[in-house]
Ligand binder design. Structure first.
Ligand code: DGI
Ligand code: FE
Ligand code: FE
Length: 196
């Protein structure tokens, strides 16, 4: 028996999402959802959870910096200096709160995949790795160094793909002279040590 993912629940999430983010971001989200489902097939992960987490991962991307800060502070979270300087980093954490409160998603695995999709974290769950990777390799992405290689690696060794993505992100941030979140470095270090 196959997995049915496009049902009333998924449709409800899609409709909320369409009003929350731009058309371009919505197209990206649908692409991440599909890519995450493919990776879930490859790694024996729950396809439905991957499909839903991929869909909603950027649900807070349309929020203003003040709204992002308000959302996480309301939860009792104290933003770091780097997050205060770059509030867009908070769209992942805020997204997990919005996914829970506005979309009504209760699955903790889905919510944490949303929470860590931007910086990753050391020792991610399979679902977290899948969303982190799908976000980077989805077919609409372009102009990323070695993207073809990362796409292929994602389907052969996802830990190595995570390390390659982190390295690219660190290079990109360095080039832009942007502050690096400690978690981004910790994720990179962890995955470099864990690839065969
Ligand atoms: O939301 P998306 O654009 O789909 O992707 P994302 O959630 O991975 O966010 C990507 C952006 O996040 C990209 O512009 C780089 C930025 N980013 C990732 N790690 C860090 C970071 N920005 C800062 N300042 N520090 C980080 O460590
Ligand atoms: Fe994002
Ligand atoms: Fe994204």
């Amino acid at each position: 028996m196959g997995t049915i993912v496009i049902d009333e629940e998924y449709d409800r999430y899609r409709h909320i999402l369409k009003t929350d983010i731009s058309a371009k971001r919505y197209a990206h989200s649908i692409s991440v959802s599909n890519t995450a489902a493919c990776l879930a097939m490859r790694y024996g992960c729950d396809i439905r959870k991957a499909y839903i987490a991929g869909l909603v991962h950027d649900c807070a991307k349309g929020m203003k910096p003040s709204e992002l800060l308000e959302t996480v502070k309301r939860e009792g979270y104290e933003p770091t200096d780097i997050q205060l300087d770059n509030p867009e980093l908070l769209h992942a954490l805020a997204g997990s709160i919005v996914a829970r409160d506005k979309y009504g998603i209760t699955d903790s695995g889905i919510l944490s995949a949303v929470r860590y999709h931007t910086t990753g974290r050391p020792g991610m769950t399979d679902l977290e790795e899948i969303i982190f990777t799908a976000d980077y390799i989805e077919p609409n992405r372009s102009s990323i160094p070695e993207l073809d290689r990362i796409r292929q690696t994602a389907f052969s060794d996802i830990d190595e793909a995570v390390a390659l993505i982190c390295r690219n992100t660190l290079d990109y941030l360095d080039g832009n002279k942007t502050t690096v979140d400690r978690m981004t470095v910790e994720t990179y270090d962890y995955y470099c040590k864990h690839i065969k």
